[in-house]
Structures are given as structure tokens and as C-alpha cells.
Design a protein around this ligand. Structure first.
Ligand code: GLY
Length: 352
């Protein structure tokens, strides 16, 4: 793969080793400096180093590592993705994923999640699910045990209870206290000020070349009850095409939903762009159409079937996690702003 940095050794590698392997790769590593939108070095792993797990944010690293362990212990790639996401869903300190998340404007945590398997192009999803500890597993059960793809609200909860899923508090005591303060400060206007949130999207590539992905979030803090973001929507928060690659999103769901963002990333990979350029090109395309321009607060991760991976975000980019046997690192994605936009994707003509 020309221009692709390939790891040659499988011995355990520290972040320092990782940095030392390639000067080119250092532009992707944790740094406060926004990377340029010009063609980015592409990063990939050799076939022998799979499975590969890539997820959003530094907290994704623990999920990736759990996913790798599950796979190495004999679990399927789908088990790995699901159980990897459990780690973030179980983290009570995470304000954006799982029942520890910031509640909605009514003081209740409503969870969104989806899972997708490349083989068979199967998917399951839940939205606005209350009081269930692992929405990613309910999404998987929807995929495996029902003729449907998506269940929402009380129907999703009833299904989860019938299936025996573990329940939890609809809001944690600490988040409830913060919500009460927030509520007290609200004026009569319904339009609540959203709180930032960081979804986990986790995509995986197995040694057999098959792909899976999952996405889970409590969504925007203090959102209107019933609000659903991009995360449980196939093609927006997550998309897997077993012939091509997989992509996932994080950030303000409304800015991804309206553009089928993850589907677009995969489509750009289908057209020949690397995962990194596909993420950049998708952001560029959205920003070109959106009245907010690059002021979107959204980011994407992507992997392709060859084991290349990449990510990009608006503004100064974001941090994402990459794990494969012997290596687990947090990287800095390039960022896109109106100033930094340049030609990407080689000689690709500008998006009209
Ligand atoms: N990206 C997650 C959400 O907006 O709900």
C-alpha cells in the first residue's frame, strides 16, 4: 500500500515505540496542534496483526483492550465489540455513555445504541431506552432475536426486561443532583442548552477480514425527552459494509444524522479513499452544505478491510484509540476548520 505505514513487529509496543517507528505517524499522535487537512499519512497494520479495534476518544482504549481480550479468549468479533463497549457503558464516571450519563431534561437517562455485523449485513438498534445497563447488548438481541432492526422507548425497555437484561438506576444520584441544579436555573423556554457528550463508536476487523461495529451513548445532556441522536441510526452513528470497511461517529448527533455521516465515510472508502481521507472528505462535504460550516463538533473513525484506519474531526480534531495485538494507543486525529481545508484525497476534484 503506497503511503501506508505498516507495523512490522508484533512485540508489545509502548507509545514511545509507536512514535519512534515513523516520523510520519507522529503527525497523528496526541498533540494540541491541529493537523492540516492536506493528504494525511495513512496508517495500517499487517494482516498478521489482526484483530484491529478502533474507537472514539481516549476512553475507547479500555474498551478496545477488553474487545481484544474477548477475541483472544475465543469470542467472536461481535462478542468482542459488544463486550468491549460494556466497559465504557459500565463506567459510572462517563457522562456520555451508559447509565452514568447525564440525564435528559426530565432527569432520566435515555440510552441509544446500535450494533452491526458485516457478515449478512445484520444490524440491531435501540433508542431512548431507560434503566437498562447494557443497551449495546439489547441492540444485539434485537438483531438476533427479532425480525426488526430498531426498538425504541418503552417498547425497547419491555423487550429488554422480557429478555432478562440487567436493570439499573434511571439516573445516578450524582447526576440527579446536577440535573436538579440545572433545572432550577432553567427559564421557561423549552429549548434547553445541550451539554457536550462523547459517544463510544467501536469498529473491529477480524483476521478473516470480516468487520463489525457498535455504538453507544446517553446522548446530549439535558436533551428533550425522546430526542434521538445519530448513534442508534444505522448509516449515521455507525455503518459496516463487509466488502469495504466500517465507520462510526461522535459529536453532535444532529449534525451527523442529517448527512448519513458514517455511510458517507464508507462510500468514500468504496470510491478508493483511505479511511483517513474518507473521514476528512465527509467532514468537508457536510461543512460545505451546512449553514454552520465547520462549526459542527463532529468526528469520525474508520477502518477498511485492508487494516488501514483513520479519523478526523471538525475544529482541532479529536483523540481516538487504536488497539491490535501488542499495541494499544490513543492518537490525535487531524482537524478541519474553514482555514485548514485543502485538497484531500489526492487529485480528487473538490466536492460540489
Ligand atoms: N452523538 C451522540 C448524540 O448526539 O446523541
Amino acid at each position: 500500500m503506497p503511503g501506508t505505514f505498516v507495523f512490522k513487529s508484533l512485540k508489545p509496543m509502548t507509545r514511545r515505540d509507536f512514535l519512534a517507528r515513523s516520523g510520519a505517524v507522529s503527525t497523528l499522535l496526541v498533540t494540541s496542534r491541529p493537523a492540516s487537512a492536506a493528504a494525511q499519512p495513512q496508517v495500517g497494520i499487517p494482516a498478521s496483526a489482526k484483530p484491529l479495534f478502533v474507537s472514539t476518544w481516549p476512553f475507547g482504549r479500555a474498551s478496545n483492550e477488553a474487545a481484544l481480550k474477548v477475541f483472544q479468549a475465543g469470542g467472536s468479533l461481535l462478542d468482542a465489540v459488544e463486550q468491549g463497549i460494556w466497559v465504557t457503558e459500565s463506567d459510572a464516571g462517563n457522562g456520555s455513555v451508559g447509565l452514568g450519563g447525564i440525564p435528559n431534561a426530565a432527569g432520566v437517562v435515555q440510552l441509544d445504541a446500535c450494533i452491526m455485523e458485516g457478515v449478512g449485513h445484520r444490524a440491531g438498534s435501540v433508542a431512548a431506552l431507560e434503566g437498562i445497563r447494557h443497551p449495546i447488548s439489547v441492540a444485539r438481541r434485537v438483531m438476533e432475536k427479532t425480525p426488526h432492526v430498531m426498538l425504541v422507548g418503552e417498547g425497547a425497555r419491555q423487550f429488554a426486561l422480557e429478555q432478562g437484561f440487567e436493570q439499573g438506576e434511571r439516573v445516578s444520584p450524582g447526576r440527579e443532583k446536577a440535573w436538579k441544579n440545572w433545572k432550577a436555573q432553567q427559564d421557561a423556554k423549552r429549548a434547553s442548552k445541550p451539554k457536550g457528550h462523547d459517544t463510544i463508536a467501536l469498529v473491529g476487523l477480524g483476521p478473516d477480514g470480516h468487520l463489525c461495529g457498535g455504538c453507544s451513548t446517553s446522548g446530549m445532556g439535558y436533551k428533550l425527552p425522546g430526542r434521538v441522536g445519530d448513534s442508534p441510526i444505522l448509516g449515521s452513528g455507525l455503518y459496516v459494509d463487509d466488502e469495504i470497511g466500517a465507520a462510526g461517529a461522535t459529536g453532535i448527533g444532529e449534525n451527523v444524522l442529517r448527512y448519513c455521516g458514517s455511510y458517507q465515510v464508507v462510500e468514500y472508502m468504496r470510491q478508493g479513499l483511505s479511511p483517513q481521507d474518507a473521514c476528512l472528505e465527509t467532514l468537508r462535504r457536510i461543512a460545505k452544505k451546512d449553514p454552520k460550516g465547520f462549526d459542527l463538533s463532529i468526528s469520525f473513525i474508520a477502518i477498511d478491510k485492508q487494516g488501514r484506519f483513520g479519523a478526523a474531526g471538525t475544529g482541532s480534531g479529536f483523540q481516538y484509540s487504536v488497539t491490535f495485538p501488542g499495541t494499544s494507543v490513543v492518537l490525535q486525529s487531524p482537524g478541519l476548520t474553514a482555514k485548514s481545508v485543502g485538497p484531500i484525497g489526492g487529485n480528487r476534484p473538490p466536492v460540489k
